[in-house]
Design a protein around this ligand. Structure first.
Ligand SMILES: O=P(O)(O)OC[C@H]1O[C@](O)(CO)[C@@H](O)[C@@H]1O
Length: 237
């Protein structure tokens, strides 16, 4: 696990962007994408880059169950608004949270991952250490599945909704094993609210209690932090 610490989220994003572009130049075929507020600036820089990405497939980590793809709170909508409508990706894949048969939808998504092995997976994390929507306690062997969101995650994500009751209780998420199959992962975490989860991820034991700690076992994980998110690490440089 390689940990890089930058003064500000802007500087950290710059480094993340340079790395993504380098991978594009090296012939990356499939990129895994995350939602949330953390990668927004990275996506802004990508869409401004005007890169030809017609040979690149995207897969997304997760989607809320019950939200139509055109619902402004859905991750399908988010991805369209911040990236997909500006860039000519070969294909984009976000789970369908309103599929009639959610189990089949999870299998369909795993099949996409088999056909398009992820070269680089961008990750964010929840304040409780979740990756995708793999909440504490999720098996490291999990593949794409329907996850129950914890009250703390619903609380953390309510800022994107009008009322807390509107935050869905379930989501489809790539599993921890699906995420670990990616050849390389790039975790972005900014702000003090992530500091404890960052500490568990980097310095804590590898345990299902902190899903992101599994990245210690990934052969190719890069963790990009701002100083606030790195604030609880023993040695922050
Ligand atoms: O970047 P934010 O807004 O803190 O969101 C954190 C994380 O929560 C999730 O959105 C849950 O999917 C992660 O994918 C994301 O990276």
């Amino acid at each position: 696990m390689k940990v890089l610490i930058f003064k500000t989220p802007e500087e950290a994003t710059e480094a993340a962007y340079d790395m993504v572009i380098k991978r594009f130049d090296e012939g990356l075929k499939t990129i895994g994408l995350a939602t949330g507020s953390t990668p927004l600036k990275l996506y802004e820089k990508l869409r401004q880059s005007n890169r030809d990405v017609s040979h690149i497939t995207t897969v997304n980590l997760d989607e809320y169950v019950g939200l139509e793809p055109d619902d402004p709170q859905s991750y399908n909508y988010y991805m369209n608004e911040v990236l997909f409508k500006y860039m000519n990706f070969a294909s984009t894949n976000v789970p369908n949270g309103v599929a009639e048969d959610l189990e089949k939808e999870c299998e369909r998504f795993e099949e996409i991952l088999r056909r398009h092995p992820v070269d680089l997976q961008i990750l964010g994390m929840g304040p409780n250490g979740h990756i995708g929507f793999n909440e504490p306690g999720t098996s490291f062997d999990s593949v794409t599945h329907v996850a129950e969101l914890t009250p703390s995650t619903r609380e953390a994500n309510k800022r994107f909704f009008e009322k807390e009751e509107d935050v869905p209780k379930k989501a489809i998420t790539m599993g921890i094993s699906s995420i670990m199959d990616s050849k390389e992962v790039m975790m972005l975490a900014f702000g003090e609210a992530k500091a404890e989860a960052v500490r568990c991820m980097v310095e804590g034991p590898v345990t299902v209690d902190c899903p992101a700690s599994v990245l210690q076992n990934h052969p190719n994980a890069i963790i990009i932090l701002d100083e606030a998110a790195a604030g609880k690490l023993k040695k922050s440089e």
